[in-house]
Design a protein around this ligand. Structure first.
Ligand SMILES: [Mn+2]
Length: 316
């Protein structure tokens, strides 16, 4: 199956899949599969991320597949499909998490990697369970305003502020090969950064990112992650709410969309094995700018995966 041809059908036409990829509900043999995770049962403030995947897909027809001066397009290098959404119950997080893990594990059985479109960040724990099942404990490149290593809130162990604490506790990730970039703002007490730093996580705050710049920050991340298989998780709230207002817990003082996109251009130098773009809440968006950015980030991650896949193939 092929992508919808923009020479035939204008970019705002046809039923939207991510970047006009073919909709393949049970994909097999693809290098990368895009999957939506419409869910917001773990949000602590603004709801609405359950509508994220649909909004991202709606805007994603805009993207042709590759920016200027970037060489061959992503879909000339690797095979990709859109598998649709995970059917997640809005009523019970434990069922939703199990459903997500099962579906994502199933994708990894027959394909190279997935790009999950969220959905709130609690589902990244399900993704890491699936990825660790396949690859063992992975390194993590985590872009977010928040470290998401909080304790339980209101008696709930699992919510969108906890996935990386659980991932560390469940040994799904190697915290010494984990980098969190863009962290800022306010944390409830005790400071959740204490937990992350106490386990050896490398935190690069928003101010440190601004000082080192995208290339310098990428260098720091590469020193920490090395050639370990790495999961890349992007909470859209890493970007300043001036550029990405449509999200659950906005935090002023973040990097611009350009800075985040140029940082992500270095992901292909690593060995990425899975991706997500989370926390898009279209209810709070304006003119679709957050969804447009999420689509651009997803496109960049697929391209970086294509570059690393081609490099691995050539060295094999
Ligand atoms: Mn997050």
């Amino acid at each position: 199956m092929k992508r919808i041809d923009t020479d035939v059908s204008p970019r705002y036409a046809q039923i939207p899949t991510f970047m006009r990829l073919p909709h393949v509900p049970s994909p097999q043999g693809y290098d990368a599969v895009v999957i939506g995770a419409p869910y917001d049962g773990g949000t602590s403030y603004r709801p609405g991320a359950r509508f994220g995947p649909r909004a991202i897909r709606g805007e994603s027809g805009l993207i042709h597949g590759m920016g200027i001066d970037r060489g061959p397009g992503t879909f000339d290098l690797i095979s990709c499909a859109d598998a649709g959404d995970i059917d997640l119950t809005p009523f019970n997080m434990h069922i939703a998490m199990e459903t997500a893990e099962r579906r994502l594990s199933g994708l990894l059985d027959g394909n190279g990697a997935f790009l999950m479109l969220g959905g709130d960040h609690s589902l990244t724990l399900a993704a890491l369970r699936a990825v660790a099942h396949r690859h063992g404990p992975v390194a993590v490149l985590h872009l977010d305003a928040h470290s998401d290593t909080n304790p339980a809130f209101y008696g709930g162990e699992y919510h969108h502020g906890t996935p990386f604490r659980h991932a560390i506790e469940e040994k799904l990730v190697d915290p010494r090969r984990m980098v969190q970039i863009g962290i800022r703002g306010h944390n409830p007490r005790p400071d959740s950064l204490d937990y992350a730093r106490g386990h050896g996580v490398r935190i690069i705050t928003s101010d440190e990112f601004a000082e080192a710049g995208p290339a310098g920050t990428a260098r720091l991340a590469r020193e920490c992650i090395g050639d370990a298989p790495v999961y890349v998780s992007v909470d859209i709230d890493v970007v300043d709410p001036a550029f990405a207002p449509g999200t659950g817990t906005p935090a002023p003082g973040g990097p611009s969309s350009r800075e985040v996109l140029s940082l992500l251009r270095h992901v292909g130098d690593l060995k990425p094995v899975g991706f997500d773009v989370m926390e898009v809440s279209p209810l709070y968006d304006h003119g679709g700018i957050t969804s447009v950015l999420a689509t651009e980030i997803g496109a960049e991650l697929l391209h970086q995966y294509a570059l690393s896949t081609v490099r691995e193939r050539e060295s094999a």
